[in-house]
Design a protein around this ligand. Structure first.
Ligand code: SAH
Ligand code: SF4
Ligand code: F3S
Length: 430
């Protein structure tokens, strides 16, 4: 009987990409996916630690798994991803029903749970196993880990130091993906512009984009997440010059007050951040720019918070992802700074940011009404095809369109979360 696996994933795009790779590995040895945990022979939870809430979701899954394992002792369970640190003693004690604990990208331990394990598990990028594309858009990790150590953040502790993937390996994977219907790749890194500094000849992200632009079937290149200090003028020029690279930036600012930025050890002041943003807009006036904000960071005063709100009003981001500060055991902030903003106050600040964000993103969306935008048709939901503009806006189409095609769309309606329009023309390579 075929062995069935259930793979549950939370967290960022990097985690998603890791899960896709693992799924491809399972596929290679003949396992089949199931979307019911109760029916699986192997269960993998790919976890996130960025906030307590993300961990709590895994804990509730683990509770259910404890019962399942009691009913079926043969069930294999792996806990993977950012909840797994260097030491696993605590986790082992709390969750004895877990067979394997695997840090991010440690696929070998998990593959050890199944029969017929492939012999080529070498290297964290597992270059011989490619994710099986689910549609025309795919994620491609290019640099793992993070060297920045922002005080609040668990990521460097769980994903280790920056480690770039050789350029030829990335090109090979993207060529494979395009041969299997992929038209758009999103290059992933916690600080994606850090790409290359640790490789021979130290190529940068711009060099990689240039190389990938040469792949004929590839129509679009995106990249995530930008870190202001790593974003050089050279990289920005490549983004501006290369037609296949989308002018769309995820550029977290985190806070609008210099005191908070300094305490967070973000490595820039508000003025430096704004200067970087001006550089982007100077080269690409229409660029889509999103950001991340943390509210209720230790010691954030009302005046600090007002500075964040003022920054949001003046920059006018396309989208703001806001989170309330959540102390992460092991981080610098957790060791040194009391979590001193009451939960209710964090919630108030969060809602205030959400209000500002909704109003501004709706206003920006409204400016798209009547314009013609190039969309890559990514899929169909209900009856409606959908895709994204170059700047990253979600667009629903009124009429059928071929998945994977590039179409010109006239925007007829602009809502808070998405746009709607009709196809004017099928463009290049459609
Ligand atoms: N590398 C990216 C973000 C990685 S984590 C960067 O440099 O910004 C994704 C987002 O989660 C962060 O941008 C931050 O806004 C949020 N985040 C990280 N740690 C957090 C914490 N302890 N509490 C609340 N939000 C947090
Ligand atoms: Fe975390 Fe900072 Fe690294 Fe982003 S840059 S992953 S916030 S430590
Ligand atoms: Fe979460 Fe790890 Fe990503 S902590 S946000 S899954 S890097």
């Amino acid at each position: 009987m075929t062995t069935k696996y259930y793979l549950w994933t939370v967290g960022c795009q990097m985690n998603k990409a890791d899960s896709e790779k693992l799924a491809a590995g399972f596929d290679r040895v003949g396992l089949k996916a199931t979307d019911r945990m109760e029916r699986a022979d192997v269960v993998v939870l790919n976890t996130c630690s960025v906030r307590q809430h993300a961990e709590d979701r895994a804990y509730s899954k683990l509770g259910r798994l404890r019962e399942l394992k009691r009913e079926r002792p043969g069930l294999k369970v792996a806990l993977m991803g950012c909840m797994v640190g260097l030491k696993t003693d605590d986790l082992e004690k709390r969750f004895p029903m877990v067979d394997v604990f695997a840090r991010p990208q440690q696929f070998d331990g998990i593959m050890g749970l199944v029969e017929g394990q492939p012999e080529d598990l070498g290297g964290e990028f597992w270059p011989t196993t490619y994710a099986i594309p689910e549609g025309p858009a795919a994620y491609v990790p290019v640099v793992h880990g993070c060297n920045k150590f922002c005080t609040y953040c668990i990521v460097p502790y769980r994903r280790g130091r920056e480690k770039s993937r050789p350029m030829d390996e990335i090109v090979r994977e993207v060529a494979y993906l395009t041969a299997h219907g992929v038209r758009e790749v999103t290059l992933l890194g916690q600080t994606v512009e850090a790409y290359g500094h640790d490789l021979p000849d130290a190529p940068d992200l711009g060099d990689l984009m240039r190389e990938l632009s040469g792949l004929e079937r590839l129509a679009r290149i995106r990249f995530l997440t930008s870190y202001p200090r790593d974003m050089t003028h050279r990289i920005l020029e490549a983004v501006a010059e290369l037609p296949k690279v989308m002018e769309c930036f995820s550029l977290p600012v985190q806070a609008g007050s210099d005191a908070v930025l300094d305490s967070m050890r973000r490595g820039y002041t508000k003025a430096e951040y704004l200067a970087k943003l001006a550089e982007v807009r100077d080269l690409m006036p229409a660029a889509g720019i999103t950001t991340d904000i943390i509210v209720g960071y230790p010691g954030e005063t009302e005046a600090d918070f007002e500075e964040t709100c003022a920054l949001l009003e003046s920059v006018r981001f396309d989208k703001v992802h806001v989170a309330a500060y959540s102390p992460r055991p092991g981080t610098i902030a957790w060791r040194k700074l009391p979590d001193d903003i009451p939960a209710a106050e964090k919630a108030r600040r969060l809602h205030r940011v959400e209000e500002i964000e909704e109003r501004i993103s709706q206003e920006i969306n409204a400016t798209y009404a009547g314009t013609v935008q190039e969309i890559l048709v990514e899929g169909v939901r209900g009856e409606q095809p959908f895709g994204r503009t170059r700047t990253g806006k979600l667009v629903h189409l009124d009429a059928p369109a071929r998945i994977g095609s590039l179409v010109d769309v006239r925007i007829e309606h602009a809502g808070a979360f998405s746009l709607r329009g009709a196809v004017e023309d099928a463009v290049l390579m459609a």
